[in-house]
Design a binder for this molecule. Structure first.
Ligand code: UDP
Ligand code: MG
Length: 316
């Protein structure tokens, strides 16, 4: 097998047909063997049955059907585990990642690059909020981590077999795949593109999932937030100490006493806030440590589909 394309799908019934046909158009022009692996991440609509129809008539289409919604990053991981190609491409189902870009990715791959990621120069049709928070996130991540995680790239990328095999060694539960790909290293390069609008339907990444993804990204690749406690501690005690000197000075050398009920309350609230925030940050890490110790499998597959199996079954 030469190429594997992994497409995670979650409630994409409106767009999936267009995606399959555009993707097949691209892949057929390559004149090489390929497989399309659709990971159905617990869709509750017709996505699976549409895909099953393709699967019956087309041996390049394979489906991994999850037992429930495990999330985008896990779906990509399952695809990587199953992929057999020499080059593995990960792509969104909503055609925000134009399949035609695969040509230039493969060109770079043939030049010898082992990871070719797609860098967004523009993001069309996305809300100001999404663009702003995404940009803020990538910049924060960059400031916090030592690994070179490229800015403004999603999971749309091509990885070489070697990289894919290495990815299978990384078992962590709360995955930030694009960070892991950077972490394994190898020769990496970018191709640029303008990110299109989602063809139809709406984003399957509500704010909650976005927050989870960004926290996973930060906590998996940096423990600087944990150091916040020590920094804040030093700063606040220093402030407290200086203030104490000032209070003693007033008491000893002047007649004024400080009236300060409101300031006490304000400082009390502020400091409890900071303490709780830091405890929350620790909680994020501890929760993830707990997830790791449970050692549950990353995902549960209800069934996989490919044509050979179906024809075999039909004989019985
Ligand atoms: N997706 C998934 N599981 C989820 C959420 C999303 O497999 O829980 C898939 C979705 O079908 C799409 C891709 O991940 O193929 C990216 O999702 P989406 O386009 O909604 O994200 P956005 O582009 O808005 O960030
Ligand atoms: Mg999208």
């Amino acid at each position: 097998m030469r190429y594997s394309v992994i497409v995670p799908v979650y409630n994409e019934e409106e767009v999936i047909q267009t995606t399959v046909s555009r993707l097949k158009q691209v892949m057929n022009q390559l004149n090489d063997s390929y497989e399309l692996i659709f990971v159905n991440d617990g869709s509750r609509d017709q996505t699976l049955s549409i895909l099953k129809e393709y699967c019956q008539g087309d041996s390049t289409v394979k489906i991994i059907d999850f037992a429930r919604n495990f999330g985008h990053q896990i779906a990509i991981t399952a695809g990587m585990d199953a992929a057999q190609g020499d080059a593995v491409i990960v792509m969104d189902a909503d055609l925000q990642d134009p399949p035609e870009l695969i040509f230039s990715m493969i060109e770079k791959w043939k030049e010898g690059y082992e990871v070719v990621y797609a860098k967004r120069t523009k993001r069309k049709g996305e809300t100001f909020f999404k663009k702003y928070t995404a940009s803020l996130f990538y910049r924060t991540l960059r400031a916090l981590t030592d690994i070179d995680i490229p800015m403004d790239t999603g999971d749309f990328r091509l990885i070489d077999r070697k990289v894919c095999d290495q990815m299978a060694q990384l078992h962590e539960k709360n995955r930030f795949v694009r960070g892991l790909v950077s972490w394994v290293g190898f020769r990496q390069t970018a191709v640029e593109y303008e990110r299109d609008e989602r063809l139809v339907g709406e984003s399957k990444y509500p704010l909650k999932k976005m927050l989870k993804l960004s926290l996973d990204g930060i906590t998996s690749f940096s423990y600087k937030p944990l150091k916040l406690a020590s920094y804040a501690g030093v700063l606040l005690s220093l402030g407290g100490f200086l203030y104490m000197l000032y209070v003693i000075y007033l008491k000893l050398f002047t007649n004024s006493t400080i009236l300060g009920w409101s300031s006490v309350i304000v400082i009390q609230l502020l400091f409890s806030g900071i303490v709780l925030l830091i405890m929350g940050i620790m909680g994020e890490y501890i929760g993830r440590i707990y997830d790791e110790t449970k050692a549950r499998p990353l995902y549960i597959v209800r069934k996989t589909y490919k044509r050979e199996e179906m024809t075999q079954k039909a004989k019985f």
